[in-house]
Design a binder for this molecule. Structure first.
Ligand code: ZN
Ligand code: ZN
Length: 443
């Protein structure tokens, strides 16, 4: 082995550095740097802010693995990416073209909408400005009001700090896996209601707690357990419960004093975590939670939903299956989606929302290990159907093989906003039309 330019006789790192990031104990404190993509996968070199601004290509030194590690040990100094990653292509085309259908006037600008499973064909549920829940059948074009929902006023305190301003109260519609129940909750608020779509009756009102919840979407997800609909929902900023949406019966009863007492003293199972967007794995085994660890860290966490329901009501707090997959600052509302029974994709490569590189990281929920990282997927939605991962780029739909990271197709001009797994299609509302496109397969 030769002496490397960093002065060490050691194995060379793939990451090269500008000379200002070198030092016997690592780079100077508070130095800012950028990652310069080399065009091979997501490999990059590092250069300091001064070299980055100099306007000429910086001189990059081959250094040992130790020096490269020390240069990035404090990731808060990372201020951005330069260049482009290598996006690998394996074009295989895509079946079908987007099909357009004019929506009735009352459904063209809904407060929210969702896939409505449980019936043959492609039905969607719309929450209108009048708070009606309307079923729309995309095959026949027929529509029918099923219920009117009333969500109590939200009184959550909303500090007027910079970051919260964009996170205004927003109604969010969720539908149970059978299609029988719907929940309407206030994202970035604390209230909600559950409706039986067969009878139109409100079966539950929801209170998701107030403390610090204005930043987070209202944590709620429907799942299926032992053949029936169940609903995971936030009952305090740091507590989730599972209820029967038909009756409101609590399925995760646990001694609150063993969590936190009413005076805020921390109990045995205290959790410093503000639950966020929830995603249930296709077979209902795992739950992923994109919650806050404090401020500004957002931690994507998984645990075993079945174990939670059948063995340990504290599984969501500190059960043995609970694992943190990754932590990124300020990434409150980045998409997360299951790509197989146990693999979950998390949007963004990096550790701070402002400097995330478009791409996904895929984690195995059963081990917590990162199995694949690939660049390319962008936008604010991710969907998967067991075969492909779908993202919404600037140009339109991008389709990826989540087992290899290759892009297999794109559909310019189609910007999907919803996935209907049962109907095996993606959908969008564009110019008052419902636009639908078949997916590659069913989950
Ligand atoms: Zn430099
Ligand atoms: Zn070295």
């Amino acid at each position: 082995m030769d002496v490397l330019p960093c002065g060490h006789v050691a194995r060379a790192s793939r990451v090269r550095l500008c000379r200002h990031l070198l030092g016997p104990d690592g780079p100077p404190d508070d130095i800012e740097y950028v990652r310069v993509l080399t065009g091979r996968g997501i490999e990059y070199d590092l250069c300091c802010r001064t070299c980055d601004r100099a306007g000429t290509a910086p001189e990059l030194l081959v250094v040992c693995e130790g020096c490269a590690f020390r240069a990035e040990e404090d990731e808060t100094g990372m201020v951005g990416w330069r260049g482009r990653p290598e996006i690998r292509e394996r074009p295989e085309g895509h079946r079908g073209e987007p099909a357009r259908l004019r929506l009735p006037p009352a459904l063209r600008r809904p407060l929210d909408w969702a896939a409505l499973p449980g019936t043959d064909g492609a039905a969607y549920l719309f929450l209108t400005g009048r708070r009606d829940l309307v079923r729309f059948d995309a095959l026949s074009g027929r529509f029918q009001r099923l219920a009117t929902v009333s969500v109590p006023d939200d009184t959550v305190e909303r500090p007027a700090r910079r970051v919260e301003i964009s996170l205004r109260l927003r109604p969010h519609l969720h539908v149970s896996r059978s299609g029988r129940y719907a929940a309407v909750v206030n994202d970035h608020g604390s209230r909600g209601a559950v409706v039986d779509l067969r009878t139109g009756r409100t079966t539950m009102t929801l209170d998701g707690g107030h403390y610090g919840t204005h930043i987070m979407p209202f944590a709620l997800a429907f799942a299926t357990h032992q053949g029936r609909d169940v609903m995971v929902h936030r009952t305090a900023s740091n507590r989730l419960d599972v209820s029967d949406p038909a009756t409101g019966d609590l399925l995760t009863a646990r001694d609150a004093t063993r969590q936190d007492d009413p005076e805020g003293r921390r109990g045995e199972h205290h959790l410093t975590y503000w639950h966020g967007a929830l995603r249930i794995s296709p077979d209902g085994r795992w739950i992923a939670d994109n919650g806050r660890l404090g401020y500004p860290g957002v931690g994507t966490t998984v645990w075993d939903l079945r174990r939670w329901l059948e063995e340990n009501p504290f599984e969501s707090e500190d059960g043995p299956s609970r694992r943190s997959l990754c932590v990124r600052d300020y990434a409150w509302n980045r998409p997360v989606c299951w790509v197989s029974e146990s693999l979950v994709a998390v949007f963004g490569i990096g550790s701070d929302d402002e400097t995330l590189l478009d791409g996904v990281r895929v984690f195995d929920a059963s081990t917590g290990t990162e199995t694949l990282t690939f660049p390319g997927p962008s936008g604010d939605v991710l969907f998967a159907d067991g075969r492909r991962l779908y993202s919404d780029g600037d140009e339109g739909l991008q389709i990826w093989d989540p087992s290899t990271g290759e892009r297999t197709a794109s559909v310019p001009g189609f910007h999907p906003r919803r996935h209907h797994p049962r109907a095996a299609e993606l959908a969008a509302i564009q110019d008052g039309d419902l636009v639908r496109l078949p997916t590659a397969g069913r989950p």
